[in-house]
Write a protein that binds this ligand. Structure first.
Ligand code: ADP
Ligand code: MG
Length: 381
């Protein structure tokens, strides 16, 4: 990737700039917990966006995207937003830095990446984090800490891309550490690293490549259920509730609200259980929790779909240690924890069985847990 970027930089701008890189992410467990003040447990992955950047002494930004073979140019004032969606991620990062009292001047940049777009690995967060890290380094003497860089990316999504996302994706892309996952407390913003060495296991994402478009905004409905139950219990968010509290008011709630809240409360505990199990190297418990999350998302939270349940069933049949829906649901990926010696059979079986049933193969993305956003002096690749 590096030599391709160097070459394109020479062709488009001449000479050389500085290279920066930021990864996509996966999430081992902790789904639909972020907006309930709970925990998520992501890690950065070995798929990333890399950019070569050089200040150009003007007040204009000139971008070339290798993957889209497209150029864009814009100024740095609020009214200068580019029309190209992909360039708005970079424009948004510039604007959010400026809004926070940081400095951004004109620059030339070439970038490329291998985070699959729209597969649930957060290519957009990788793009934002790469530029946020780079512009902090080049123009601001690294005065913003990594959490602030993550917020800059999140605000970019909110204010310039129309996506009302939580902080997890940008957080993971900015804070990632090789062989470590991060338990993020979505309420306080505090986090802790947990070693994740994977001796004897592999992590693999299986992308169903289906996305069910739903008309009645199920995401908002889930949120409303959670908020309703929290209000009923007199707590700020379901983070503050436990099963005993929920059982005590079961008769006063609709069945649906009860089931949604049950999932969220159980999922909060599962993230904590997985962290404990990891510290003991107890991958069987990690895997059991992943399957329990899948069942909860499928039966109680009702955000699965036929294809994802099928992928989960095949994983169970192949003896996969843990498997679950990753992301919001209704399509996208499952994340799978697989013993080394079962890996090849699982991949072959899941491809063939899925293809037989749905007429296309799922996409397979093996994952290695990697470092977060950085300047790359001696970058791999
Ligand atoms: P994801 O789940 O991967 O974050 P999004 O729809 O949020 O999906 O973001 C994908 C968008 O991010 C793309 O449509 C594009 O605008 C931008 N993007 C991501 N990766 C690249 C890339 N390598 N080159 C250009 N633009 C990219
Ligand atoms: Mg995104």
């Amino acid at each position: 990737m590096k030599s391709k970027i160097n070459k394109a930089f020479v062709e488009h701008f001449g000479g050389e700039g500085t290279l920066f890189v930021a990864p996509g992410r996966f999430n081992l467990i902790g789904e639909h917990t972020d907006y309930n003040g709970g925990f998520v447990f992501p890690g950065a992955i070995d798929k990333a966006i890399m950019a070569e950047i050089r200040p150009n002494g003007t007040d204009r930004v000139k971008l070339y995207s290798i993957d889209l073979d497209a150029s864009a140019e814009f100024g740095l004032n609020e009214e200068d937003a580019p029309k190209e969606q992909w360039a708005r991620y970079v424009f948004g990062v510039c604007r959010e830095i400026i809004k926070r009292g940081g400095k951004v001047e004109g620059f030339d940049a070439v970038f490329s990446g291998n985070v699959p777009l729209g597969a649930g690995l957060s290519s957009s967060a990788a793009l934002e984090s790469c530029f946020a890290f780079a512009l902090n380094d080049l123009f601001n003497d690294n005065k913003f800490d990594r959490m602030e860089l993550a917020r800059i990316g999140q605000s970019t999504e909110h204010n310039y891309c129309g996506v009302n996302c939580g902080i997890m994706d940008q957080f993971a892309s900015c804070h990632g550490k090789k062989d470590n996952l991060m338990r993020l407390d979505c309420r306080s913003g505090e986090f802790e690293y947990f070693p994740f060495k994977l001796d004897g296991y592999k992590l693999v994402l299986v992308d169903s490549r289906v996305k069910h478009e739903l008309v009645d905004s199920p995401y908002n409905k889930r949120r409303e259920s959670c908020e309703r139950v929290a209000r009923h219990l007199g707590v700020e968010t379901l983070r503050d509730a436990d099963m005993a509290m929920l059982e005590a008011v079961k008769g006063e709630l609709s069945h649906e609200d009860y089931m949604r809240a049950k999932y969220v409360i159980e999922e909060k505990q599962r993230v904590l259980d997985v962290c404990d199990a990891l510290l003991k190297g107890d991958y069987d418990t990690v895997g059991r929790c992943m399957y329990a999350t899948h069942d909860g998302l499928s039966k109680d939270y009702e955000v699965s779909c036929e294809e994802l349940d099928f992928l989960n069933d095949v994983a169970r049949e192949c003896g996969v240690t843990g498997s679950r829906i990753m992301g919001g649901g209704f399509g996208g990926c499952t994340v799978n924890l697989v013993k080394d010696d079962l890996y090849d059979n699982f991949i072959a079986t899941v491809k063939a069985r899925f293809n037989e049933k749905y007429g296309h193969e799922p996409q397979i993305y093996p994952v290695i847990v990697s470092d977060g956003a950085r300047r790359c002096c001696s970058c791999e690749g």
